[in-house]
Design a protein around this ligand. Structure first.
Ligand SMILES: CC(C)(COP(=O)(O)OP(=O)(O)OC[C@H]1O[C@@H](n2cnc3c(N)ncnc32)[C@H](O)[C@@H]1OP(=O)(O)O)[C@@H](O)C(=O)NCCC(=O)NCCS
Length: 167
C-alpha cells in the first residue's frame, strides 16, 4: 500500500530542454514587454556560471555566479500557484547553490512597486543597496537588493537539491 505524503515534488535543475515550460511560466508572470522567450531562457540555463531550478508545481528561477558574487536573473511563479512557498523554496535553493559555488553575496533587481517580490526578498535577507533609474520598459525604477550568503559548511547541496554538475 502506498502512503500519501504532502511533501512537494523535488526541485529539478533547469536545462535547455525545460525552456518551453519555463518560458510559459515567465509569460504568465511578467508583463508582455518583460517576457523572455525560450531561446533566451535556454541560453541562460546553459551559460557559464548559470544555473536554475524548476519547481514542478509551477515556478522557476535562474541565477548566475561570477567569482564571489551571484545574481538572481529571474524568478517566476504561475499566478494560480502563488502563496504556497514555491518562490521562497526556489530562492533558498539558488542561494544555497551559489554559496556552494563560492559566492559570498547575491544581488538582484526588483521593480520598486513589486510589493510581493520585495516582501519575499526581505524575508530572505535582501536589503536595498542601489537604484537603477528607468530600468524597466514601463519607465519604472528598479531597486538593487543584496544579501550575504552563508558559506556552505560541507560544500554539499542542501537537502532535496540535485547535485551541482562538475565544473
Ligand atoms: C513574487 C513571486 C515570485 C512570489 O512567488 P510565491 O511563490 O507566491 O511566493 P511565496 O509563496 O514563496 O511567498 C513567500 C513570502 O513572500 C511574501 N509574499 C509573496 N507574495 C506576496 C504578496 N502577494 N503579498 C505580500 N507578501 C508576499 C510573503 O512574506 C510570503 O510568505 P507568506 O506566504 O508565509 O506570507 C510571484 O508573485 C511572481 O511570480 N510574481 C511575478 C514575477 C515577479 O515579480 N518575479 C520577481 C521579480 S524580481
Amino acid at each position: 500500500m502506498s502512503r500519501r505524503t504532502d511533501r512537494p515534488a523535488a526541485l529539478v535543475r533547469a536545462t535547455p530542454a525545460l525552456a518551453p515550460a519555463l518560458a510559459a511560466i515567465h509569460a504568465s508572470a511578467f508583463p508582455p514587454d518583460e517576457v523572455w522567450d525560450e531561446g533566451v531562457i535556454a541560453l541562460l540555463t546553459d551559460s557559464p556560471g548559470g544555473s536554475g531550478w524548476f519547481d514542478p508545481r509551477g515556478g522557476f528561477c535562474l541565477a548566475r555566479v561570477a567569482a564571489d558574487e551571484a545574481e538572481i536573473l529571474t524568478l517566476a511563479v504561475l499566478p494560480e500557484r502563488r502563496r504556497q512557498g514555491i518562490a521562497a523554496r526556489l530562492l533558498a535553493a539558488a542561494m544555497a547553490a551559489a554559496a556552494g559555488r563560492g559566492a559570498r553575496r547575491m544581488l538582484l533587481e526588483v521593480a520598486e512597486s513589486n510589493q510581493a517580490a520585495r516582501m519575499l526578498y526581505a524575508a530572505a535577507g535582501f536589503r536595498p543597496v542601489g537604484r537603477r533609474v528607468c530600468y524597466y520598459a514601463s519607465g519604472e525604477d528598479a531597486l538593487v537588493l543584496a544579501a550575504l550568503l552563508a558559506p556552505s559548511p560541507d560544500g554539499l547541496p542542501p537537502d532535496g537539491l540535485p547535485p551541482e554538475p562538475a565544473a
